[in-house]
Design a protein around this ligand. Sequence first.
Ligand code: C5P
Length: 193
Amino acid sequence: MIFTVAIDGPAAAGKGTIGRTLAARFGFAHLDTGLLYRAVGAKGGDPLAAARSLVPADLERGDLRSQEAGQAASRVAAIPEVRAALAAFQKDFARREGGAVLDGRDIGTVICPEAEVKLYITASAEVRAHRRWLEVGGDEAKVLAEVRERDARDMGRADAPLRPAGDALQLDTSEMSIDEAVAKAVSAVEARL
Ligand code: C5P
């Protein structure tokens, strides 16, 4: 069976949790595509060379989840050649046998416009920054500023900007519990299976 769930949205909206839960529930493979861009940013040097030479071990570095790695990722993600170098792997993953869930910024719009289910998960910048701050600590105002900076870069870039696909189910998790959001996502998948 070929079945793709495309999940897009800004940082800390709940994409990862929803993606992992759907994958476990339906037995689909899961790819957090942000990790690819984080790994390219963390490698340093020429981003295009880093993207072309990415190997699975690069995705297992311990420092990829940091705020700094997120900022570095969003800078290299604005380079069209870097995006192109990472596209084939993501497209193959999406159409693998057995079903796949991919989460990122351009899955429903660019990588997998034919996905069976498209979800756009969002929440206010304040709510997302607060969630991130609960995980990482430090100065909450600084975390909010970084969330806003990354949103602006991801939504404002010319190539594959973050935006909902026309046919995406939009879930705003600002005032919805994660369980509620997961339940809506599960229903959307069940309706298409
Ligand atoms: O989702 P995550 O926070 O790990 O993504 C890090 C950065 O990678 C994002 O801010 C975005 O710039 C970039 N990204 C992207 N396209 C994707 C996934 C992530 O441009 N499909």
